[in-house]
Ligand binder design. Structure first.
Ligand SMILES: [Fe+2]
Length: 290
């Protein structure tokens, strides 16, 4: 569960209309993100992220330039290595779509299918992510597909036995972007297949290590920072020992689902923002692609 007060969080001057979600996250009402929000409001949103990890804003009408402007209020916006899926004219925006123009997928399809933290394979992963729903997949009855699920990697760390905390202290997970891309290409060949990484993209995504336990800069909370999508081992540990340890930690973040996972069913106009250290997320790819 989200703590009532995040450790080390500043008390914001602006009070937001916050409605907690279960078991994690919150909805915030009364803000129009397309406006130039004052600093106190931005600070209050940041405090809400520190406390709830993921926040939902409904009924927004946010264009790409406005989305970038809002996101930049919280720090630099890194550009995804796969610039072929950037929204045209906006390299900061990574387009997720199942639409094809001819043979070309206009965006990344099947993005995020598996629990992960975004850009953990880079030295400086994005601090926050802002996902803006413009057009949604639906089944034949009009039911929206493509939910996104969220779970707290900080709560998961807190609830580990002390013995496990001691065991993983100081370990580093090996993050391999190219390996994930190769797996996805095998899974999806001929169906929105992703192009091979170019030499430039490969050069930008060498294998790196990240701490298995990352300290969240806003609150000082410790978070489990390994995931089944990008983490393929633990530095200095044999695979036979690393694999079960990684699986145990990864499962601990999301199981049991009813207690730990918030499932967001999208509406057009939803903007969902999450803290990329405190939370992990997964896209439910239950939509049939054309
Ligand atoms: Fe993601």
């Amino acid at each position: 569960m989200a703590p009532d007060t995040a450790v080390g969080a500043k008390t914001p001057a602006t009070k937001l209309d916050i409605h907690p979600l279960k078991p994690v996250g919150a909805e915030i009402f009364g803000l129009d993100l397309s406006q130039n929000l004052d600093d106190d409001t931005i600070q209050a949103v940041e405090a809400a992220l520190n406390t709830y990890g993921v926040i939902v804003f409904r009924d927004q009408d946010l264009g790409p330039a406005e989305q970038i402007a809002f996101t930049q209020r919280f720090g630099d916006v890194p550009r995804h290595v796969r610039q072929e899926y950037a929204l045209e004219g906006y390299p900061e925006i990574h387009l997720i779509s199942n639409i094809k123009e001819g043979e070309r997928s206009i965006g990344s399809a099947y993005a995020g299918d598996g629990w992960h933290s975004d850009l953990c394979f880079t030295k400086t992963p994005a601090r926050y992510l802002v996902l803006n729903a413009k057009e949604l997949p639906r089944d034949e009855n009009g039911k929206v597909l493509g939910d996104t699920v969220f779970a707290s990697a900080a709560d998961a760390y807190d609830s580990l036995p002390q013995e496990t905390k001691d065991k993983i202290d100081g370990l580093r997970g090996i993050q391999q972007y190219h390996r994930r891309q190769a797996i996805k290409q095998q899974q999806r060949e001929g169906d929105h297949a992703r192009p091979d990484l170019t030499p430039e993209q490969l050069a930008k995504t060498p294998d790196i290590t990240q701490p298995v336990v990352r300290t969240h800069e806003g609150t000082g909370r410790k978070c489990i920072y390994v995931n089944p999508v990008y983490t393929f081992g633990i530095e200095g540990m044999e695979e036979k020992d690393a694999e079960p340890l990684l699986k145990m930690l990864e499962d601990h973040i999301v199981e049991p689902e009813a207690e730990k996972v918030y499932r967001h069913t999208w509406r057009e106009g939803d903007v969902v923002m999450w803290d990329n250290c405190l939370m992990q997320h997964e896209a439910i790819t239950d939509y049939a692609l054309p």
